[in-house]
Write a protein that binds this ligand. Sequence first.
Ligand SMILES: CC(C)(COP(=O)(O)OP(=O)(O)OC[C@H]1O[C@@H](n2cnc3c(N)ncnc32)[C@H](O)[C@@H]1OP(=O)(O)O)[C@@H](O)C(=O)NCCC(=O)NCCS
Length: 132
Amino acid sequence: MFWKALRSGVFLKKKNIVFIFNFLKALIKDGLVTPDFTKEYPATFHINIKKEFRGKNIGTDLVNVYLNYLKKEMVTGVHLATLSQAGADFFSKQSFRLLYEGSRSYFNYILHKDVPLFIFGKKLGDVSIFLR
Ligand SMILES: CC(C)(COP(=O)(O)OP(=O)(O)OC[C@H]1O[C@@H](n2cnc3c(N)ncnc32)[C@H](O)[C@@H]1OP(=O)(O)O)[C@@H](O)C(=O)NCCC(=O)NCCS
């Protein structure tokens, strides 16, 4: 994957060079170290619904389908990161637990401010009960 991207020349595009530079700068400033939740919450995901389709319960449905799939696969927990307050509000409503809150500066060169970073998690309980 990395080598394919390297060969494609994607890293030579100006906007990507600028992003990588700012990401490395943020790495030094923020540390970019977040606690590792993968042991207790091994699965992860990301949702990005096109603006015109938001607020129609699609996000809720996607989360429910995914959580049921994970339970069937005997996965014991799931975590995710979001950089927006709106995302945080949505996952609080889905009864995810806030595991970590911080901020990141890698978009400062565009937004001129730090962005929040939230990590949410949900335990999927005793999956053996689900399978009975
Ligand atoms: C966040 C996101 C996934 C929510 O999906 P959605 O389909 O718009 O949300 P739903 O229609 O299922 O809403 C479910 C509930 O969450 C609430 N909610 C949804 N978006 C919200 C927001 N931006 N702020 C506050 N509450 C929100 C809804 O009001 C609804 O509450 P209700 O049941 O009391 O009416 C979607 O808006 C999105 O893709 N946003 C941009 C990317 C992003 O932030 N992703 C999250 C990081 S993984």
